[in-house]
Design a protein around this ligand. Sequence first.
Ligand SMILES: NC(=O)c1ccc[n+]([C@@H]2O[C@H](COP(=O)([O-])OP(=O)(O)OC[C@H]3O[C@@H](n4cnc5c(N)ncnc54)[C@H](O)[C@@H]3O)[C@@H](O)[C@H]2O)c1
Length: 307
Amino acid sequence: MAYLSGKTAIVTGAAQGLGQAFAERLAAEGAAVAICDIQPGVMAVGSAIAATGADVLCQTFDITDVSACRSFVAATTARFGRLDILVNNAAVWRSTPVTDPWDKALADFDAVMDVNVKAAMVMCRLAVPHMIAAGGGDIVNISTDYVLPKRRDGVNAPDTDLYNASKWALNGLTDGGAQALAPHNIRMNSLCMGPTDTEMLRALFRPGGKLAHLGGPDGPPPEVIAGFMDPADIAGLLIDLMKDGRTGENIGIWAGQTIELGPRKRWDVRMRERADFTGQPLRDFGPPPWSDAPEPVWSLAVGQPTE
Ligand SMILES: NC(=O)c1ccc[n+]([C@@H]2O[C@H](COP(=O)([O-])OP(=O)(O)OC[C@H]3O[C@@H](n4cnc5c(N)ncnc54)[C@H](O)[C@@H]3O)[C@@H](O)[C@H]2O)c1
């Protein structure tokens, strides 16, 4: 029996790129998948996944529309009877020089935060009651390596402050959510990847894009593409993460390096890593605040046998 057989997963922003890869892999592992995107192309992705024999629910709507999110989660649980996995993947990137005109800066802030942060919060809030009812679950926020200590020059580029801020805000959701949800056997982690071969990244290399000077009319040259990671490999790590059972971590995934979870980090070590990044002095945070909570011993709440 497939690992996720009988389980249900939601993936937002699944019309292309990483979201599509996550949906395809979750379905291949046996999960019923509910996918959504603002782009109607998500329907073709859903049809292709359904053609493999998987159960698929597909909707086109704007993830910033709270009532549409509500209807989507309701439709998912009505159709599949449960919800076990949520992948908050939908996001937008905008070039946001700090010298932008006032009105543009305010509009960009709202647009980026509404999709990248608020929608993730809304989807979490909608999903959690169903996960508790299912005996547990996994929430995975899709972040970026910008939130982790640098491993090479060239990341954390200028004109990206609002996108970065949105992903740092996801840290708070992941960290606080993981602690609050641990007693319910719900884990929350972030996947924090570097350059991955998707439309979001390729668009930066086209005329008008932030990295247009490195690309051409067709986007990045082959030698640059060769350095990108494959969304399918990141999707493989998503499954590894669920089997692993850890919670509250920002999992770093760096181009050119082995794509792996790495050793688990204790809560206090994770905090220290962030302190390092911001240049603050290290201090001992003591044991994790949920150390009295039962340790999730199985890989994935949704992997537990059901009645
Ligand atoms: N590609 C990379 O190099 C990279 C690196 C780090 C993090 N990420 C993150 O990975 C995730 C997936 O990005 P991607 O690279 O596949 O980009 P992408 O642009 O190809 O895919 C993002 C998807 O989100 C959808 N979306 C955007 N706004 C939406 C809205 N309002 N409502 C519904 N759907 C909406 C888009 O239509 C698109 O299908 C994002 O969270 C992104 O920030 C990507």
